[in-house]
Design a protein around this ligand. Structure first.
Ligand SMILES: [Zn+2]
Length: 330
């Protein structure tokens, strides 16, 4: 018998359909509000690799342009307070544009990039240290980085929690991780609906909001200390720039821009539960989607009219095997 893919954050199996596009479906976990694509493409890695290999030239042109390099340097200046010894990790560095900007500013950057042509380009053309692998296969030593960065990566991951756990493992105590990804709660989705190009179930497997991205960090034992949001698109029409400006300003306060950004710190005393399981696998010691002594992380889960019954789920799943079965050994 096949099973529904458990929610990566809380392990729940109850989910409701929230959006359908291009033959794919996004469902929302009834337990914690996490939105993810289900069913998944047969090989997520192949889909990602094919897409990024095809767009290599485009990424090279954009990543190393003067304008983009200036933007990266601006971002890096914001990270200066967390620089420590300067050891920086970028998860999913693509061709290495951000790594180059970091090196130019005196950081000691390392990237991991599973799409081989992208990793090779950064290494060969700019001599950047890019490991051609996913983070869990990069075999990095524990507690060696002061700062970890990922931009437009977490939406592609089959299991964001296991990646965040690995980031937590390689961060030094006191080290900081900055994660920027697609915001499901954005005004843009509300206005453009399924036509918003960032809604793409075949490639963007996970869609977060402030609560669920924070939950991923907390589950890895990290302390969230800042949440931000930016970027808005609006329908074309009268007062377009005025509307865009208003939504853009509003999104900074409501956290409903196109991108959600969470800053989290590894505490000096890393939780023993995560030390036991190595932070690599599902850990049920932390109650589903909650942090001890706090209210449940999702307070804004909306009611969804289309509920997938267990029978429907089995029908949709066909003969697909469950995609993830790992359990905490702790
Ligand atoms: Zn959940």
């Amino acid at each position: 018998m096949t099973e529904m893919l458990p929610c990566d954050i809380c392990g729940g199996l109850d989910a409701c359909s929230v959006l359908q596009k291009d033959g794919g479906t996004y469902v929302r976990c009834a337990g914690c509000g996490f939105v993810y694509a289900w069913p998944r493409p047969d090989s997520v890695e192949d889909v990602n690799e094919e897409y990024f290999a095809q767009t290599l030239e485009e990424y090279v042109r954009a990543s190393f342009s003067k304008k983009r390099q200036r933007r990266y340097r601006r971002a890096l200046r914001r990270f200066a307070a967390f620089r420590g010894s300067g050891r920086l990790l970028e998860v999913g560095c693509n061709v290495g544009g951000f790594l180059k900007a970091a090196r130019d500013l005196g950081w000691d950057p390392v990237g991991v990039e599973p799409v081989a042509p992208c990793a090779r380009y950064g290494r060969q053309e700019f001599g950047l240290e890019i490991i051609p692998a996913t983070l869990d296969r990069a075999e990095l030593e524990a507690e060696i980085f002061d700062f970890a960065y990922s931009n437009a990566v977490f939406e592609h991951l089959p299991s964001p929690c296991s990646v965040m756990a690995e980031i937590a493992r390689v961060l030094k105590p006191g080290g900081v991780v900055y994660t920027k990804t697609v915001n499901f709660d954005s005004y843009t989705r509300e206005q453009l609906g399924a036509t918003w190009k960032l809604l793409a179930p075949s490639g963007h497997l996970c869609l977060f909001n402030a609560e669920t991205l924070s939950a991923v960090c907390r589950k890895a034992g990290l302390e969230v200390f800042r949440v931000e949001s930016n970027g808005v698109r609006v329908r074309k029409g009268p007062f377009e720039s005025l509307r865009k400006g208003a939504y853009s300003t509003l999104s900074r306060f409501t956290l409903r821009g196109d991108r959600i950004i969470v800053w989290a710190r590894k505490p000096d005393r890393f939780p023993a539960t995560h030390a036991l399981c190595g932070g690599r696998e599902r850990c049920r010691e932390t109650p589903a989607g909650t942090k001890r002594g706090t209210k449940p992380i999702v307070s804004r889960t909306r009611r969804i009219s289309t509920v997938i019954s267990r029978d429907d789920r089995r029908q949709r799943m066909g003969d697909r095997p469950p995609l993830r079965t790992e359990k905490c050994r702790a």
